[in-house]
Design a protein around this ligand. Structure first.
Ligand code: SAM
Length: 328
């Protein structure tokens, strides 16, 4: 149960975006990569080629947020900012540039709902250039931290040929290839994405059992003879008809009794829980034509249409579920 909401709560809710906006502006200006030591706003303004007064006011808000400390009128990163926000740090949060881009789509949410089209089709707002690499990089950050747990939940017994459909940065495939050197791992993704995938995979190691296929999984061949196909964070970008089409294509590409594994953010039947999935549905309204978060019942229906039997649904513990189907 929510506690009663007051007038002040409502005003605070209306202003909540300000903290995020300040933080994202600081990330876009790359302020944290320049403040591992104390600098005045004038010194930093010169380095960043911006006006001192504007920068100074922004730096003051970052102190309020606990991201900078201020001493004798000079500013420096706090420990958290040094660790996660300085691009030179090993632990730099790779997904930040993508979040900066996501903001511009969300800022058009009213018009997205009014017009029933995603933000990029509205024809106004800030055009995002070079979004692909930051997007795949954000996926790498998210997936690489979760891949060990995700792959733990998947049964690879008797699997010789595995397909990671829309494999993105390849983080899940790397985990499979490392654990099971005898499995041939295929990563399928768009032509523009595969070079980025290769960069991330080669950083992770020299995997002789990882192979790449470039194409569009809605129309190009995705290969054949697979024992297991993983669709990790794929179906939420598509409407019902496309999901069924993708499932049917997977069914054709699997061996008899082959398994399809859906890893995604599921929403409950009430569609108001869990909160992550409810908000993720808005992300899909803003950024895709027909994408959505789905219920288990809907996925079971899509399985039926594509000639799969439902086997199991296991929560991962990180806002997502792993749903397994077997080819009939
Ligand atoms: C949200 S990311 C998920 C990446 C990865 N599976 C993971 O869990 O980290 C979706 C991926 O699907 C790919 N993708 C989207 N549409 C595609 C299409 N029509 N054909 C092939 N790949 C596609 C994107 O390029 C991206 O790498």
């Amino acid at each position: 149960m929510h506690k009663p909401i007051t007038k002040d709560d409502l005003m605070n809710l209306a202003r909540k975006w300000q903290e995020s906006r300040v933080f994202l502006a600081a990330c876009e200006l790359d302020i944290f990569s320049h403040l591992s030591e104390f600098k005045s706003s004038g010194e930093l303004a010169e380095e960043l080629k911006v006006k001192e007064r504007y920068l100074d006011r922004l730096l003051n808000t970052l102190v309020v947020l606990g991201l900078l400390e201020k001493r004798d009128g000079r500013f420096k990163n706090t420990d958290a900012a040094n660790t996660y926000l300085d691009k030179k740090s090993r632990d730099y949060l790779l997904g930040l540039t993508h979040q900066c881009h996501v903001f511009y789509g969300w800022s058009l949410l009213t018009d997205v709902v009014k017009n029933g089209i995603p933000s990029r089709e509205l024809g106004f707002g800030k055009p995002i250039e070079n979004w692909l690499e930051p997007f795949i990089t954000a996926m790498q950050q998210y997936a690489s931290e979760r891949a060990p747990k995700l792959i733990d939940l998947i049964d690879f017994s008797n699997c010789k040929k595995f397909l990671d459909l829309g494999g993105g940065s390849g983080a899940n495939s790397v985990e499979v290839a490392r654990r099971y050197p005898d499995i041939d791992v295929f990563i399928f993704d768009l032509t523009d994405v595969i070079p980025i995938t290769k960069k991330f995979v080669s950083k992770a190691g020299d995997f002789k059992n990882i192979h790449y296929i470039e194409g569009d999984y809605l129309k190009d061949s995705i290969g054949e003879g697979y024992d297991v196909i993983l669709l990790s964070n794929i179906i939420h970008a598509h409407g019902k008809d496309e999901v069924i089409k993708i499932f049917k294509r997977c069914n054709n590409a699997l061996k008899d009794k082959g398994r399809i594994i859906i890893h995604d953010f599921l929403v409950n039947e009430d569609r108001v829980s869990p909160p992550w999935s409810v908000f993720f549905a808005i992300n899909m309204l803003v950024h895709t034509k027909n994408g959505d978060t789905y219920t288990e019942r809907e996925i079971r229906e899509f399985f039926k249409e594509a000639n799969f039997s439902f086997v199991s649904n296991t929560p991962t513990g990180f806002n997502s579920d792993v749903i397994v189907g077997v080819k009939n």
